[in-house]
Design a binder for this molecule. Structure first.
Ligand SMILES: [Fe+2]
Length: 232
C-alpha cells in the first residue's frame, strides 16, 4: 500500500476516534440536561401545587364542616388506585386532583354552600357548576392537564346521570371514577351542614354498594370494598 494511502487511512481512524469521543461527551451532556430538566419540571410542578393547595385549603375552610375533606378524599382515592394497580403518575394525578377537586366552589355563594335546608333548583344549578369552574381556574397551568380533567369529571356518574357532561362508563376517566367514590364516602363519614351526624362506616359502605353500577363503577366499588378495612 502506498505510504500516502496508509497515512490517509490512519488519519481517518484518528478522526473517527476523536468524533466518537466527542459523541460520548455530547450524549452524556444531553443525559445530564435531561435529568436537570426533569428535576426542574418536578420542582416547578410541586411549587405550583403547593400554591394551589393553599387555595384549595382556603376553600375547604370556608365551610368548617368540610374542613380537611379534600385531604381525606385523597387518602381514600389513593388507596383505591393503588389496589387497582394504577401507575405512579396516575396515582399522583389523582392525589393532586383530590386536593383541588372542589376548587370551583369558589364560585358558589357561601349561603348555598352552608345551607342546612333543601337546596332550590336554582341553588342546585350553582353547585353543579363547580367542576367546570374548578377546571377552568386551573387551565393556565398546562402541566396540570391530566389533573384538570379529573377535577372536571369528578361528579360524573357511571350510568350517565352525573354532571357536568353526563359522561358514561369508560368515557369517564378512571381517576375520576375513583375520586367519585372516595368523595361520596368521605362526605357520608363526616358531619355536614345539612346532616350533623355522620353515617356509620357500615351505613356508608351499604350506600356505596346500593349505588354500584349506577352512580359508581363496579370495578372501583370492588376495589373500594377490598381496601375498606384499611380506612376509617
Ligand atoms: Fe365536588
Amino acid at each position: 500500500m502506498p505510504e500516502e494511502n496508509t497515512k490517509y487511512i490512519q488519519g481517518l481512524i484518528e478522526r473517527n476516534a476523536a468524533l466518537e469521543k466527542q459523541n460520548t461527551l455530547l450524549s452524556s451532556r444531553v443525559e445530564e440536561s435531561a435529568v436537570t430538566l426533569t428535576r426542574l419540571y418536578e420542582d416547578l410542578r410541586s411549587t405550583y401545587m403547593r400554591t394551589i393547595r393553599v387555595l384549595a385549603q382556603a376553600i375547604d375552610a370556608r365551610d368548617h364542616y368540610t374542613h380537611s375533606h379534600s385531604r381525606n378524599v385523597a387518602k381514600y382515592a389513593t388507596a383505591i388506585a393503588n389496589d387497582m394497580g394504577l401507575s405512579a403518575r396516575q396515582i399522583e394525578n389523582i392525589s393532586d386532583a383530590c386536593e383541588l377537586h372542589d376548587l370551583g366552589k369558589i364560585g358558589v355563594e357561601d349561603s348555598v354552600l352552608t345551607k342546612t335546608t333543601k337546596l332550590t333548583a336554582q341553588e342546585w344549578e350553582q353547585i353543579k357548576k363547580h367542576p367546570v369552574i374548578g377546571a377552568k381556574s386551573l387551565e393556565p397551568w398546562t402541566f396540570l392537564n391530566d389533573v384538570i380533567e379529573l377535577v372536571r369529571q369528578h361528579h360524573e356518574n357511571y350510568d350517565g346521570t352525573g354532571y357536568p357532561e353526563g359522561r358514561k362508563g369508560e368515557d369517564i376517566i378512571i381517576g375520576a371514577r375513583i375520586i367519585h367514590i372516595a368523595d361520596a364516602y368521605e362526605a357520608m363519614r363526616s358531619a355536614r351542614s345539612y346532616r350533623q351526624t355522620p353515617l356509620t362506616k357500615e351505613a356508608a359502605i351499604a350506600e356505596i354498594k346500593k349505588n354500584n353500577g349506577t352512580q359508581f363503577d363496579p370495578k372501583v366499588v370492588t376495589a373500594f370494598l377490598r381496601i375498606a378495612d384499611t380506612i376509617e
